[in-house]
Structure formats: C-alpha cells, structure tokens
Write a protein that binds this ligand. Structure first.
Ligand code: J2J
Length: 537
C-alpha cells in the first residue's frame, strides 16, 4: 500500500520545528491528554447524549480496537460520512487511535462523490448512517462495497440490513498501536474542486494541530468554551477554525446543532450556554433577520464567526446590533491558509476585511496573471505557502502541476487585495467554481452531467449573484431537439447520484453559444462571456 506523505523542504520543516509550530502532537495523544486533564468535563453534547472527555476517549479506543479486530490494518483509509451526530467523534478518534486514516466525506454526498473519494483514497472501509436527510445511505454503500474491490467493509450507524452495525464495533484497547509519527498524514480532507470532483488534501498531525492551537488562542477558546457546530462537522471550517477539534484542543464543550434554523439554534444556545459558533453568510443573514423580529436573549454568545464565502460589509455591520455578540470573519481553505479578524481589530477592519493569516510564517504573495507581484494594495491572485498549507494533493499529478508554483506556493484561485496591516480583502475568484452558500461546486462537473443528457447538445454553467445564497448555479443549455424542458433537466440531475446541492438553481435555454462570433475560445472564456452578458445585459 502506498504510504501517504506531505513533504515540506528540509529547511522550512526545520524552521517550523524551531519556531515551535510543529510540536510533535498527534490526535490519539491529544484526546488521551484531555481525558487525563479534564476527565469529567463534557466534551460532546448531541441528541440525548452527553459525554465527558473520559467517556469519549474510552468509547473511541474501544471502537478503534474493534476496527482492527475486524481486519483493518493501520495505514488503511476509512471513508467517513455522517451528519452532526456525537458518534462521529467516536468514529474519527477511533480511526485515529487505530492508526487508520479517515477521509472526510460530506453528508450531502451521494454515490458519485463517495465512489470517487473511495477510489482516489483506496479506502478499505466506509462508515455512514442508515439515513441522512431521509436518503437511504445503507442501500448506497451496499452497492458501493459490491462494486469496489478495495472497499471491504461498510459500517452503518442505525438500522442495517446485511451490513455491519456501528454498535457492534468494539475491541480490546490494548491491541491499539503506538501513537503515529507526528509528521505523518493524519487524514485526507476534501477540496472545493474547481475542475471536477474533489481532490484529496493530506494533512499531517503536526501541521493541523498547529492550526488548532493557534485558532483556539486567536478565538480565545479555553476549557469553559462551548462551541456549537451548525454547519456539517466534516467541513474544514467547522472542523478546525477552531471548530470542533480546536474546541477539544482547548478542553471545551462541543454542542451539535441538529438544524441551522434560528428556532432550533437559538434555544440550544441558551440551554447549553454556547459561547461561540460559526456560520456561512446566508445563515448569518437568516439569523440576523430572525433576531431582528424575535429579539432573542443570547447572553452567553460571545463570538459569531462568519466565513466560507464573502460576507458583505453591510451585512457584517448588523451582527453585533442584532445578535449582541462580536463578529469574526474567517477566510480559510481546506488546503491550509486560514485568516481571522482579531479581537483587537477596529470595527472597520472587522466588517470590511476577511482577516489576516494565523502564522507569522504564512507567506502570502499577490500576483498578476504572469505570476509577478502586484503593487502594494492592488488586487491580484493569492498564492501562499507556510507551516500548514499543503505542498501537493494526494495522488493527483495533473492537479499538482496546475495548483502549485515551482517553489511550492499553493494557487488558491482567490483574487484578493491586502492592507498594509496584512489584512486580506477577498475581491473575487479566478477559478470557475460556484460558491453556493459556502459549498464549492465545479462548473465543469455540472456541465459534464448536463452534456450526458441525450437531448443536450452543449451546456455552460456559471455562477450568478444571489441575495441569499451569495451565488447560485445557472445552467445554459443548448438542446439538440425542440422539446427539452427545465423539469426534464432537473429530473435528469436527480438520477445522476450526486449531491442535491449541485442541481442548477436556474436553467436557461439558448440556440447557440455564439462561439463563432468570438472565435475559438476556451470553456473558461465562454463562461466569462455568458456571465458578462447576463450581468451587463
Ligand atoms: C470569501 N471567500 C471565502 C471568506 C472561504 C475556515 C473558513 C472557511 C473555509 C472554507 C475553511 C471565505 N470570504 N471569508 O476551510 O478553515 C472561499 C475561498 C477559498 C475557499 C475555500 C476554514 N472563506 N472562502 O471555506 O476549502 O474561495 O474552506 O479559497 O471549503 O472558500 O473553501 P473550503
């Protein structure tokens, strides 16, 4: 089996060690240490479960030993897909304890995405739930296990037919291996994906735990903090900025919110004394509107983090007056670099910028199309490298060629400007993905699904601004016959076994894409032309 690596050049690795960014911490050791230091503190609240650090540590170790007892071997990959349920943490920390490598799928993923992730990571097992949002995932994974030879085992939380029940996975913790090498890959996170399906992001124990430690410090998390997870826990934002794992790092409590709607979230904030939570901009708008009407009393809530997509200054200004807490903007990416506005920032900086990097050794370059630095303050492409930004995707030479410069900078695809203080302002994006309420959707991936329809001659997918979602998916379709309707396309997309958030919000038909008028052009240019026409008439 190929071992997973993420390699920084020796001189930089040495620097990151010397500066104390990489301290040799690992995930199994992290939970063990917190269980010793804070055994009786509540680590996780979800549904009717309430587990202390000692409980979580114990459950995770038994689960991890159970995975080994079932024949999994340290180093193998385990695809995990769950909604915000407490068992997620038993599974993830159990996988870590067993020396296995989790691969983080999203709850909305369906057959196409799961198959892609399983193949790309050569996963040996998948852990999911019987149903997520009423969709039958046990039937899906039964098919997947039958079709993928590497995938030997499906473990299901909830009702199982012929598959292995989550509750039966238990073993003797004495069989667990020693702690992993801190510089080894801890897990594979998934990318937003601008040119197709997600790429896999190998993050090491050392690099990721550095971000947890610093995120917890910047967000003033300690063992009294109560973090509410509203967005899916598998999202890198919810997982690590400081998210659920940063909260565990600080010894605080994670509360899992079953719904992002204010009538569920507000009472839970009050009941559990939630101090910090994180939203994408559309949900922040929803919460602020609800708060303006109902004037909820949320005295425990100190910090609302907003990120994943651009939060416009006019909306950002409303957070403190409506919700009575401080705002923090977060601009991050699963590949690494995370920026925060800080407590000491002025109100103006907090509402108009997306923050500044975690690390003094995060290198930020803002360049033009020819990779040359732009003048101070000018807008350009954001390139970055540093102590927690990957140097390569897993098993993807073509993407690596495109996404990294020769000297190891990651091409974020974001277009930004920088203030003299180092704060970044996201001005736009150079890649063709659609940021729909924080979910990144590849235009190319959707076009491929549309073109697969027998009555579609060609299709071009673009993002268009949306007051609620930030952006929505608009598909332009050139049919090959006369009778194709939008409902046919919607029905077709439902048969494609992909996450439902990828279904176009808007479908428009066109006779041709005018390619002759502009000569031979790339799909990117075509998307650009269509967008220009759409926005400028
Ligand atoms: C504008 N665009 C933003 C912001 C992300 C913390 C927070 C978010 C993510 C995340 C994350 C933005 N304003 N505030 O991993 O740890 C867009 C950019 C970026 C892409 C990354 C974290 N915050 N974005 O959203 O990997 O385009 O990570 O490159 O899902 O989201 O998406 P993702």
């Amino acid at each position: 089996m190929k071992t997973l690596t993420q390699i920084w050049p020796d001189d930089l690795a040495q620097l990151y060690h010397e500066k104390g960014y990489w301290r040799g911490e690992t995930f199994p050791a992290l939970l063990r240490d917190r269980a010793v230091r804070f055994p009786g503190r509540v680590a996780v609240v979800g549904g009717d479960q309430r587990w202390t650090y000692a409980d979580l540590h114990d459950k995770a170790r038994h689960f991890g030993a159970g995975l080994l007892a079932r024949g999994l071997v340290p180093g193998e990959r385990v695809l995990i897909q769950m909604s915000n349920v407490p068992e997620y943490f038993i599974a993830v920390f159990g996988i870590f304890a067993a020396g296995l490598i989790p691969v983080f799928a999203l709850p909305a993923h369906r057959r196409v995405e799961l198959e892609h992730l399983a193949r790309k990571s050569e996963a040996s097992a998948i852990i999911t739930q019987d149903r997520i949002e009423r969709f039958d995932h046990s039937a899906l994974v039964a098919d997947l296990v039958a079709d993928l030879p590497d995938l030997r085992m499906a473990i299901i939380l909830g009702d199982t037919a012929d598959l292995t029940s989550f509750d039966t996975i238990t073993g003797n913790p004495a069989t667990l291996p020693a702690d992993p090498d801190p510089q080894s890959v801890a897990f594979l996170q998934i990318s937003g994906g601008s040119t197709g399906l997600s790429k896999l992001i190998p993050r090491t124990h050392d690099d990721y735990i550095y971000t947890l430690r610093e995120s917890a410090r910047i967000c003033e998390q300690d063992e009294k903090s109560v973090y509410m997870a509203v967005l899916p826990v598998a999202h890198n934002f919810t997982m690590s900025s400081p998210g659920v794992l940063g909260t565990f790092y600080a010894g605080g409590t994670v509360v899992l919110c079953p719904s992002p709607l204010p009538d569920v979230a507000f009472p839970l904030i009050r009941a559990e004394g939630v101090t910090i939570t994180a939203l994408v901009p559309p949900l922040a708008l929803l919460w602020m509107d609800a708060a303006e009407k109902s004037r909820p009393n949320l005295p425990s809530l100190q910090l609302l983090q907003v990120g994943g997509a651009k939060f416009l200054p006019e909306a950002a200004r409303r957070v403190t007056p409506t919700l009575g807490c401080r705002l923090q903007q977060v601009f991050g990416m699963a590949e690494g670099l995370v920026n925060y506005t800080r407590e000491e920032d002025t109100d103006d900086i907090t509402v108009t910028t997306q923050g500044r990097p975690i690390s003094p050794d995060d290198e930020v370059r803002i360049v033009d199309d020819a990779d040359q630095p732009v003048a101070d303050g000018a807008t350009g492409h954001l390139l970055t490298r540093g102590p927690y930004t990957i140097r390569a995707y897993h098993n993807d030479p073509a993407a690596n060629q495109r996404s990294f410069t020769k000297d190891g900078f990651y091409r974020t695809g974001d277009v930004v400007s920088r203030l003299p203080s180092g704060h970044l302002i996201v001005q736009g994006r150079a890649t063709d993905h659609i940021n729909r309420a924080g979910e990144k959707i590849s235009a190319e991936e959707i076009e491929n699904h549309l073109i697969a329809h027998p009555d579609v001659f060609d299709a071009v997918v673009v993002s268009i601004p949306d007051a609620h979602l930030g952006e929505r998916i608009c598909a332009f379709i050139q049919p090959s016959g006369d009778d194709l309707k939008a409902t046919d396309i919607r029905r077709w997309m439902r048969t494609r076994d992909i996450a439902t958030f990828k279904t176009p919000d808007e479908i428009r038909f066109t006779d041709s894409f005018q390619t002759t008028a502009v000569g031979k052009i790339s799909r990117r240019q075509l998307r650009g032309h269509i967008k220009d026409e759409l926005l400028n008439g």
